[in-house]
Design a protein around this ligand. Structure first.
Ligand SMILES: [Zn+2]
Ligand SMILES: [Zn+2]
Length: 156
């Protein structure tokens, strides 16, 4: 849980630094992404007109399977633009766990790639095109070119 101790805010800004187990803040594994490392956060809460401002950053490392070549890889992600405003709340503590969890999840790639330049697998022979090449691709393109030419009607 990540909570802002509201009473302390009266004495000044409150820094919240810590780590959380991903499971504890509702960050779930998916088919393509696994979370084995701690979620690290550095936050600052301050009183502003009308409420409380929470800014800072949250990050972790995830273990992914590349959407193109299926290779396993790890990637660090950090959201440095955490920014939430809470109107005055009458409680002792303000639980911001869900908001911070969301801040991390919105920066997760929809389609994780081992590298943005990943060539992927050949869709015909299944070979890893990052490591080697095959003839399928060239043939494929050639077929497409002739296929398109066939569709053109020069004698209309
Ligand atoms: Zn890849
Ligand atoms: Zn191939």
């Amino acid at each position: 849980m990540i909570v802002i101790p509201l009473a302390q805010l009266d004495q000044g800004d409150v820094e919240l630094d810590g780590i959380e187990n991903p499971v504890d803040i509702n960050i779930q594994d998916s088919d393509l992404v696994e979370f084995k490392d701690d979620v690290v956060y550095h936050l600052k809460a301050q009183l502003v007109t009308g409420g409380i401002l929470l800014t800072g950053e949250v990050g972790t490392k995830f273990h992914g399977s590349c959407g193109r070549c299926t290779a396993k890889f790890e990637q660090n992600i950090v959201n440095r633009e955490v920014c939430h405003f809470y109107e005055d709340v009458g409680e002792q503590q303000l639980d911001v766990t869900d908001d911070i969890s969301e801040d991390l999840q919105i920066i997760l790639p929809m389609n994780p790639l081992c590298s943005e330049h990943c060539s992927g697998l050949c869709n015909q022979c299944g070979i890893d095109l990052n490591k080697t090449s095959c003839d399928c691709v060239a043939e494929d393109i050639a077929d497409d070119i002739w296929g398109d030419l066939d569709k053109l009607d020069f004698w209309d």
